[in-house]
Design a protein around this ligand. Structure first.
Ligand SMILES: [Zn+2]
Length: 422
């Protein structure tokens, strides 16, 4: 355990020197950037005035109350997420496990039964009961059920049908569409690889050509776009890289270019991450971007890179923690994008996930913590690939891996059909 250096980075004299300079060329985005920096400067100076000790605090209890309420009741504002309901289960359950707050048995069972109603008769999970199966809520539902981690939770997943659903969205070029008749992007490859590996339904043909397709999404910037040729973006880069790790093909990516791109996305003044070049800081990229560093560290280690730290990730862990703790907490609970924005469960989940990445280096064998502020700020570690707690991954693997991999219902005809289309 490392002692916390004081004063905080954002209290230091040199911090102001990290401010953005427009080199005398004012643009729409340079004005926005300066506005955000001003609001952050204000937050820091108010904090300085009211706190005698620079010990930023994670508002554990407030976040817990906010999350607990969300499991039972959502406000009208969530109506637009009616097709993302398994996501709400996952965001809340994962936030609670990071805070090490147990979910009462009865509520966990209710969540299981709700997710069972979201499972499509043709396999995979939909955004809500009676909706169409889609890879994103399938990922969220499987993660949520693995977090619950009971026999009841595991038994809800129909693995045979899930495999059939994955084959139904697989494309001849190795990519996946998000749902039958839907769009292709690299999120789908991650969602498919994540659920298939957790539930042990990987077959040799399921991910044929997928790594080659994912690599084609890495562009000249070094990050990955949603599809080949698009701008590099944090969310897609995480999904593509994590999928490559699951498939054991991360070496096919240009890892050094990826490292350069992602480390350049941490904002010098704010300490948080932006999602794309020339965009503003946003709390959720605390996970989508910072979460890439554990994946890259491991991938470079496997490649024999000898200069890697044994204590720290390759980003400013302290600066990110300061941004999340000082700028992304709603005093009434829940976390957010940046000062002035409202809280929501998505940002709560990914700010906390990013905070956990910034606090914990390595895994059980080689674990090093850096917790800014009070000792109680420490969150549980998260699995860098699945973003659920590592023991829940281990338990899911223990449950599903002794089970036989289902025979694809029409696996051979699927690959023939693919061949015909190409
Ligand atoms: Zn965001």
């Amino acid at each position: 355990m490392e002692t916390v250096p004081t004063p905080l980075r954002c209290f230091s004299e040199s911090h102001a020197a990290e401010k953005f300079t427009d080199d005398g060329v004012e643009t729409v985005t340079s004005v926005e950037q300066k506005k955000v920096e001003r609001s952050i400067r204000e937050v820091i100076s108010v904090y300085k005035q009211i706190q005698s000790l620079p010990q930023p605090t994670l508002l554990r209890d407030q976040h817990y109350q906010y999350l607990k309420k969300g499991l039972r009741h959502l406000s009208d504002a969530y109506e637009c997420l009616d097709a993302s309901r398994p996501w709400l289960c996952y965001w809340i359950l994962h936030s609670l496990e990071l805070l090490e707050e147990p979910v009462p048995v009865a509520i966990a069972s209710d969540v299981c039964q709700f997710l069972a109603r979201c499972q499509s008769p043709t396999g995979g999970f939909a955004g809500g009961p009676s909706q169409q199966a889609h890879l994103a809520p399938t990922y969220a539902a499987v993660n949520a059920l693995c977090i619950i981690g009971t026999k009841e939770a595991y038994s809800i997943i129909n693995r045979e049908k899930l495999l059939a659903f994955l084959f139904s969205v697989k494309q001849p070029d190795g990519s996946f569409v998000m749902h039958v008749g839907g769009e292709v992007d690299v999120r789908s490859a991650y969602c498919a690889a994540s659920v298939a590996s957790l539930t042990n339904i990987m077959t040799p043909s399921l991910f044929q050509d997928t790594p080659t397709w994912i690599v084609s999404c890495q562009n000249w910037e070094g990050g990955l776009g949603g599809v080949p040729g698009l701008e590099a973006h944090g969310g897609y880069t995480f999904c593509g890289t994590a999928a490559m790790v699951i498939l054991g093909k991360e070496f096919m990516l240009d890892l050094k270019a990826l490292l350069r791109w992602v480390t350049s996305r941490q904002m010098r003044f704010e300490g948080g991450f932006q999602g794309r070049c020339n965009k503003l800081v946003d709390g959720c990229y605390s996970f989508w971007q910072a979460g890439l560093l554990p994946l890259l560290h491991r991938a470079l280690f496997k490649e024999g890179e000898s200069t890697l730290s044994l204590e720290k990730w390759m980003f400013e862990q302290q600066a990110l923690q300061e941004y999340i703790l000082l700028c992304c907490q709603n005093p009434a609970g829940g976390l957010l994008d940046k000062p002035g924005k409202s809280r929501d469960f998505y940002h709560t989940c990914y700010c906390l996930s990013g905070l956990s990445v910034a606090q914990h280096f390595g895994n059980m064998d080689l674990h090093h913590q850096l917790v800014i502020g009070r000792e109680e700020n420490r969150l549980a570690p998260s699995h860098p690939v699945y973003n659920i707690c590592p023991e829940k991954v281990a338990r899911a693997i223990q449950h599903f891996h002794p089970l036989p991999v289902p025979e694809p219902e029409d696996g051979s005809s699927v690959s023939n059909a693919s061949a015909d289309q190409s």
